[in-house]
Write a protein that binds this ligand. Sequence first.
Ligand code: NAD
Length: 539
Amino acid sequence: MNANTTTSLDKVKTHLSAKCFNKLYIGGRFVDPIEGETFPTYYPATGALLHEFPRGRAKDIDAAIAAAEAAWAEGTWANMAAADRAEVVARMARGIEDNIEMLAEIEAADVGKPFREAAAAIGGSTAEAKYWCSLGAVLDAEQEVPVNAGGGKGGVPPEGWDVVYRRDPIGVIGLISAWNYPLNVAFRKVAPALIAGNCAILKPSEIAWLSCMFIAKAAQDAGLPAGVLSVVTGDRDAGAALAASPAVSMISFTGSSMTGAKIMEACAPKLSQCALELGGKSALVVFEDTDLDRAVATTLNGFLTNGGQICTAHTRLVVQKGLEAPLLDRLRERLEKLPYCADPISERDRGDPGSADGLSDVVQPVVCESQHRKILGFLDEAKAAGVEVVTGGGVPDAATVGHEGGYYVEPTVLTHVARDADVWQKEVFGPVLSVRSFETEQEAVLEANSTPFGLASTVMSSDPAKARRVANRIRAGAVYATSTGEGLLAEHPAVQRGGFGCSGIGRELGIGGLHEYTELKSINYTGFSLDDAKKQSTG
Ligand code: NAD
């Protein structure tokens, strides 16, 4: 560890002395965990200890559930207009926005991502919150909508019935999130869940979570009623206790497909709902009529952004034969010149955060020791199976990184990858690109659809009609059809997305993303009308 990394780490440790980064948040109060245990988190750039944090266990989860049940039974939050709830959430978002600099330094230290990328991501999260807040009034307008409004397209109820739809909150719900964009993934659940009127318990990932604790502080400062949101960190036991609790009527989960299956199992006996945002193995399909420079930039952004630790990372390159050799040559050339990000906390100035290229112009460490080991295991297995390593394939030396230690992996491109190889079929979640080539459009579609995942994919071509034909046949919740690479990995809050196959169940974002946190209910008035029912009672 050199002097610079020590200084930046000390600065983050000062931020972390605040109460919200040292306690669980249950029932509107920052509290110590019942068992009094802690667990450590390390700076991925060096492996140095970053912080010790309270470890929430099943008992703490139970306390948070009890607080949520009490708030739900009391009913103030659920009975407010959604637009009024949205005002409270907007205050929370402003609290986060006012502290982006500090939170980005904390996420840079916790995840190992360059400061400027963390700042851009958290800024994106607060911008997204404004969208969620704008939907409060939309949800209010959807309450008590007559079933036969709009001409009874789906048929009209019997004469004499006055039937309306309502969208009710679900009740006490669990939000379990992943570590790769800690605050973004968590707040994308918290904001719509609260605006919909639920009482929620957030359980962030035990791998990187510190910025999520600030959501609790923002909730307290915004005046969110006690018990409506609790935040309990802890490992998979805490998550499992939350998912299995009979009092929890829904789990919204973001994480790996393997854990998603366990969540479904936990929800099955009580037939409670689960929304699952899971892993991916996205394909970038490049036709040979694509501009080479754009293909290079898109490939790099697709697999290197956030060190490849992004669910929609385009880690499979499906390239048409004529472009394969020039594209691989250019990738090797660019990757072998990429500088390493020795100190993510202070990585502010290199690159242009406003341009797509700025996202992948340094090599960041991966998040933790176990993830580092897992990625290297994938590489060892691939090499043993005879894949060709175009570039990378191992761990950079200290001179290349700028210091000893840390969880760095060389950005790696593998070719001659078998379709059934793990590096083609499984999510590596690191800076590893696997390449296969094709000749015909039919083969391109076959390659793109050759894994159990279906989260996102991109087709690049200068022929719009061809791009459309292929995009229509790709099985993924979000497909980008582009001649430029523009928009790759971008998400717009109004555009719904989610997974086909092993990439998940349900949809996030858009109005459908808010509806996920509601139950649709019909009220059937007979003998009197809704208008009668709305009049003040006389008795
Ligand atoms: P993970 O599945 O290991 O853990 C996710 C969360 O689940 C953590 O909070 C963990 O403590 C909890 N958990 C683990 N076992 C549990 C159990 N049995 N019951 C209940 N909770 C349990 O995933 P991760 O390593 O934190 O995150 C990386 C994964 O997340 C990748 O697969 C990535 O693709 C996926 N991801 C998906 C999206 C998306 O929108 N689709 C976004 C970000 C990340």
